[in-house]
Design a protein around this ligand. Structure first.
Ligand code: 9WN
Length: 447
């Protein structure tokens, strides 16, 4: 539930501008994160966008998720990008001619009639579907929304549980830094170091046309992203066949898996089905998170690198860097109380400084050597991460802190014109503006 706040004039104006962004970014069947930088449909963006859109148009919010799930592959994966054919090829890199989903992904069941990427993003969709349904149960029931999306969401989670448990410990692994959605987190520097980058001249970045180079990943990062994606593609996007030189268990990705599995239980119940299977998986995932990724020394969750680093470090080690992803398991209802307590302390402690040195949770350790307040996922504060933390705080009884964070999120969204991310110290906007999930999640907090 959202914080209780009297709707002042400022909030009404903010609500109007958030709606303006969502209307402007709507393409007729889904919403772009940004017309310039990201002119297609993105997987976890669409889930966050639907969560806000439900306050403006429950029907559009339902369609947003239906469009995304309509691009699901036969093996259950939900691709991280669904391309809009009306957008010129050069507008975004990597474009459909790089992914070649229809041909290269045929064995994995890529839809022949659509163009998509072949990797995934965090599973926020079941949570979004449940929240969208709750916004207007009557229209949801009339359109059979839950009945329509439930089997697809089950298949999606099945893909993650069956094909992506690369470590064999009950968690889903990501196989590309784009998959956890926090592309250039310093936590990936180690696992990426062993990847030979694609030759500099072999691809052309489109992002630098719209974004400042200092706010974006480096060319070296891109070379590695390209190499990894091309290799996966060249193995038919088949998880059993691909070598997956980048294979990491990320606490944020798996925390969202837990939250969405709980949402699936609610959806199953609403449909008169069987919720227990989902509750059981949520509980098993929560146990695996604690067992495999909790670091009592760090007071937070860390990522686990499933591969050896080539410099003598064996496979299966925790990555020492502190990402904000390591606090997102606060979204899990069944955490041990001592873990919850430590997470709350870490969020406010010197590494993340929430409510002390900074107003919004930074994406990376303020004291980390790699911290950079401007560069993408290496320090800036992101609105989806803060919205998720707000939810986690509320879930664990820290209502006042959640209220305070909600206020900060709203003010930062307003002052930055719905920036993609902000400098965690100054709140100054970075990246693109009129960014989809920033507007959507502000609208959700205002509702
Ligand atoms: C690659 C769309 C996406 C977000 C990601 C964010 C960024 C893409 C890019 O934009 O990634 O997927 O081109 O940089 O890191 O979280 O989903 O908004």
């Amino acid at each position: 539930s959202a914080p209780a706040r009297p709707p002042g004039q400022a909030d009404l104006a903010l609500r109007r501008s958030a709606c303006r962004v969502l209307i402007g970014n709507w393409t007729g069947h889904s919403t772009v994160p940004s017309h310039g930088l990201y002119p297609h449909q993105w997987s976890w963006d669409s889930a966050f966008i639907a969560i806000g859109l439900r306050h403006l148009s429950p029907l559009r919010a339902q369609r947003e998720l239906e469009t995304l799930l309509g691009a699901q592959w036969g093996d259950g994966r939900v691709p991280h990008i669904v391309f809009n054919r009306a957008v010129p090829l050069g507008a975004y890199f990597p474009s459909p001619d790089f992914w070649r989903s229809g041909a290269a992904g045929a064995a994995a069941g890529a839809p022949a009639a659509l163009e998509t990427s072949g990797i995934v993003q965090p599973p926020v969709h079941a949570l979004a579907a449940w929240l969208v349904h709750r916004a207007d149960p009557a229209s949801s029931a009339r359109r059979g929304f839950l009945a329509r999306v439930y089997p697809r969401l089950v298949a999606w989670h099945g893909y993650l549980a069956d094909r992506r448990d690369l470590g064999g410990g009950g968690l889903a692994a990501v196989v590309h830094p784009w998959e956890p959605g926090m592309d250039n987190s310093p936590c990936w520097d180690g696992p990426l170091a062993r990847i030979e980058p694609a030759a500099a001249g072999s691809f052309r970045r489109a992002d630098l046309v719209h974004g400042a180079a200092a706010d974006r990943p480096t060319d070296l990062d891109y070379g590695r992203y390209v190499r990894l994606a091309a290799e996966y593609r060249d193995h038919g996007y088949r998880d059993a066949a691909a070598p997956h030189p980048f294979a990491v268990e990320d606490p944020g990705f798996n925390a969202l898996f837990v939250a969405s599995e709980h949402a699936l239980a609610r959806i199953a119940q609403a449909l008169g089905g069987e919720p227990d299977v989902h509750r059981e998986r949520a509980a098993a995932l929560t146990d695996a998170l604690v067992e495999r990724l909790w670091s009592p020394e760090a007071g937070q969750f860390l990522s686990r690198d499933l591969r050896a680093d080539g410099a003598g470090r064996p496979a299966g080690q925790l990555v020492p860097g502190r990402s904000a992803a390591g606090l997102l398991p606060l979204l899990a209802p069944g955490l041990p109380p001592a873990v919850v307590e430590a997470l709350l302390e870490t969020a406010q402690g010197p590494h993340f400084g929430l409510g002390t040195t900074v107003r919004l949770l930074p994406s990376y350790d303020l004291r980390g050597a790699a911290f950079d307040p401007h560069r993408y996922w290496r320090g800036p504060a992101w609105f989806n991460v803060n919205w998720l933390l707000e939810r986690g705080l509320r879930l664990h009884g820290a209502g006042q802190r959640a209220d305070a964070l909600a206020e900060e999120i709203l003010r930062a969204a307003e002052n930055s014109r719905f920036a993609e991310y902000v400098d965690p110290y100054t709140g100054a906007g970075r990246g693109t503006r009129d960014f989809g999930w920033t507007a959507a999640l502000a609208l959700d907090l205002l509702a």
